[in-house]
Design a protein around this ligand. Structure first.
Ligand SMILES: NC(=O)c1ccc[n+]([C@@H]2O[C@H](COP(=O)([O-])OP(=O)(O)OC[C@H]3O[C@@H](n4cnc5c(N)ncnc54)[C@H](O)[C@@H]3O)[C@@H](O)[C@H]2O)c1
Ligand SMILES: [Zn+2]
Length: 370
């Protein structure tokens, strides 16, 4: 097992390893105390893992109750959140008790927000079960639900008391769900860790790798490095006033791709496309080393992720504007210069549109040439 310290405003530890859910109760007790533990999970993860966690929590002396909601981003919304809060009240949790969010990023975001709101905030333990949740959403303290007007529009910063990531859970993801989590892994390597990028090129993180000999320990090492990168980028900018925005690499265009496709293409795939388009635009502007793009595309493809889009500049810009409309006339973009070297640059919306156009021109010219 590995333990990673996260020095947030309220510091906590990330525990990483196999067969951790069996020991989760004791880890939660040490980090959060309390009498009752309310498990929040979704309809896919609950049947697989809730009984193990409930047993472990009981062994650690907790009274437990479990709230299960229908899986899927479309349920990360206000009525599910209110149901979860009513559930906590009906089971008479009080300020000293703990919410355990067991699942992917949707569960972590929703359960985390329930913990932040209930009685003005009770202890939270994150137990991420998807690759995306392990390497990204369970660390950093952001929680949210979606509103009809847009994703993640209502939320809170609420730090967990502990994060428990059982790598064994990755085995029940589909290969597609696994691949989707790799978008953020490649992003982390690009913004912070050229050595990790080179390692991933040699042994791309895939579902096949996980299931092969030594795969679990290799994935554990990759997840651990990603948690450290996320921790380090978030450190000192917990509320995203500056440096944390580096984590948005590929996301401005990525979110537009996601919205244009009505959220049918997974987040990691959309971020992958967004990163490639940003690299293309930066290369066209002479701001990025040209050899960066083929390496990025090769690695993303090896992970099973998309690198191109058929959407037009008008479609992408319209969706990007919708995503943006609450934040003024400029947009902060993460410009890649090379592996491990990215900058945050403020652009006008016209400048952003021109950048998308430049990126698509580059992509489409290459396709024509093929
Ligand atoms: N808070 C943050 O900092 C942050 C960062 C990135 C993403 N997010 C949010 O995370 C969400 C995406 O996360 P996600 O991709 O994990 O989505 P998700 O929670 O919907 O999980 C994807 C699917 O995998 C299933 N699943 C999860 N773990 C499983 C397992 N071990 N075995 C079998 N099935 C499993 C889920 O039930 C779901 O159907 C989005 O809502 C996004 O906004 C938040
Ligand atoms: Zn993301």
């Amino acid at each position: 097992m590995r333990i990673i310290d996260v020095p947030a405003s309220t510091p906590y530890q990330v525990h990483l390893g196999t067969r951790l859910l069996e020991q989760a109760g004791q880890l939660v007790r040490t980090a959060a105390g309390g009498t009752k533990a309310a498990l929040i999970t979704d309809s896919n993860v609950g049947p697989l893992y809730a009984p193990i966690v409930e047993r472990s929590l009981k062994e650690a002396g907790y009274e437990t109750c479990t709230f299960t909601f229908a899986a899927g981003e479309e349920h990360k919304r206000a009525d599910t959140l209110v149901d979860a809060l009513e559930f906590l009240a009906a089971h008479e949790l009080d300020r000293g008790d703990v919410v355990v969010a067991l699942g992917g990023g949707v569960t972590g975001d929703m359960g985390g927000l329930a913990a932040a709101l209930y009685m003005r905030g009770i202890a939270l333990a994150q137990m991420p079960t998807s690759l995306l949740a392990m390497v990204d959403s369970s660390v950093g303290g952001k929680t949210a639900i979606d509103l009809a007007s847009g994703k993640n529009l209502a939320g809170a910063f609420w730090q967990p008391r502990v994060v428990i990531a059982d790598i064994g859970c990755l085995g029940t993801l589909t290969p597609e769900q696994f691949a989707d989590g790799c978008g953020e892994i490649v992003k982390h390597a690009v913004i912070r860790d050229p050595a990790l990028f080179a390692e991933l090129e040699l042994t791309p993180p895939t579902y096949e790798l996980l299931c092969g000999p030594g795969g679990v320990s290799r994935m554990e090492a990759i997840v651990a490095r990603n948690v450290e990168i996320k921790r380090d980028v978030v450190a000192g900018d917990e509320r995203e006033a500056g440096g944390r925005k580096l984590l948005n690499f590929g996301h401005s265009i990525g979110h537009a791709v996601e919205a244009c496709g009505q959220y049918r293409l997974g987040h990691g795939n959309c971020v992958a496309v967004g990163m490639c388009l940003m690299a293309r635009a930066a290369i066209a502007q002479g701001a990025c080393a040209p050899e960066f793009l083929p390496r990025l595309e090769r690695l993303l493809s090896a992970c099973g992720l998309a690198t191109r889009t058929d959407f037009t500049v008008d479609e992408l810009y319209r969706c990007a504007l919708h995503d943006k409309k609450r934040a003024g006339a400029t947009i902060d973009l993460v410009i890649p210069h090379d592996l491990g070297s990215c900058d945050i640059e403020r652009a006008s919306l016209d400048g952003f549109r021109a950048l998308i156009a430049q990126a698509l021109d580059s992509q489409n010219a290459e396709e024509d040439a093929c």
